[in-house]
Design a protein around this ligand. Structure first.
Ligand code: ADP
Length: 274
């Protein structure tokens, strides 16, 4: 599903003393099946941008298309259920939302919320738990007996069980150690390829953006500053640093490497930094 923003502006607290224009006339395109990373300094509008894709926020002006679903600033009330079914959202620390007595029940919750039958929800839950690599021996245990990394996998399985075509990841590796981070990112890279999912990831980590995505959007002051392949975006190291991004020294080197070699080789050859 292609995603398009046309002249989207978002103003928080409109007509109040706290009015803040968080997105300023944004036009951009996220092709179906891409892995897009959104980078940018804190407050540049990353979260505001992605929250428009599943209707968590409504534009103050402009329109957004997600496949054939259109959200227009001028439209009054709209049933967002068909959009939410297509666009899964993995919030920061998604494991904080686990609540059921068993893992399998927790993963069933999402699809059942969309009106799927008990047996179909169980089938999808089992399939999703397999996709995230949680062995069947755990499925009937409490999610609260798991390690942090495993809990995050269960929460991700809950989003996958709805069978979305697009997944939004808001800092998916926050709070994980380097090994946990690499595991989660490899999982999404694998899901992206196997299920042809469109992935949109908000990240502070430049290396992750460079290695895992095929498009990088660098936000600055509520607007995309650069939107291109990681090879191209990270060749503008000086500009990225100027807008407050912590681009490591190795980035120029990595960008050249990405240009020269297939990405797969780079993933295995390059040690992820923190
Ligand atoms: P980022 O995700 O890049 O850190 P955000 O999209 O969260 O940026 O924020 C963009 C701007 O909008 C910031 O100036 C932030 O302070 C402001 N903002 C974000 N959420 C709200 C809100 N709920 N109310 C008012 N201002 C907000």
């Amino acid at each position: 599903m292609d995603i398009t923003f046309e002249h989207v502006t978002h103003v928080y607290g409109q007509k109040t003393p706290f009015e803040k224009k968080a997105l300023n006339d944004v036009s951009l395109h996220i092709p179906s099946g891409s892995f897009t990373s959104i980078i940018g300094h804190t407050g540049s509008g990353k979260s505001t941008l992605v929250q428009h894709i599943n209707g968590l926020l409504k534009p103050s002006a402009g329109r957004i298309s997600v496949g054939d679903f259109v959200i227009d600033a001028n439209q009054k009330k709209q049933d967002l259920k068909p959009l939410r079914e297509k666009v899964g959202y993995v919030f920061q620390y998604p494991e904080h939302q686990l609540f059921e007595e068993t893992i399998i029940k927790d993963v069933c919750f999402g699809p059942m919320n969309f009106g799927v039958s008990d047996s179909e929800a169980t089938k999808r839950a089992e399939e999703s738990l397999q996709l995230v690599g949680l062995p069947a021996a755990y499925w009937h245990r409490s999610p609260f007996d798991l390690s942090g990394g495993q809990m995050r996998r269960v929460a991700i399985a809950g989003v996958l069980a709805v069978r979305p075509q697009v997944i939004i990841l808001d800092e998916p590796t926050a709070g994980l150690d380097p090994r946990g981070r690499e595991e989660i990112l490899s999982l999404f890279s694998d899901l992206h390829k196997r299920l042809n999912l469109t992935i949109i990831m908000v990240t502070h980590n430049m290396s992750d953006a460079a290695i895992y995505s095929d498009q990088v959007i660098a936000m600055d002051g509520g607007k995309p500053l650069l939107a291109d392949t990681p090879e191209e975006v990270f060749s503008h190291v000086e500009l990225l640093r100027k807008v407050g991004l912590d681009v490591p020294e190795t980035m120029e080197f990595l960008s050249k490497l990405l240009k020269k070699a297939g990405k797969q080789q780079v993933v295995t050859a390059f040690t992820l930094d923190d």
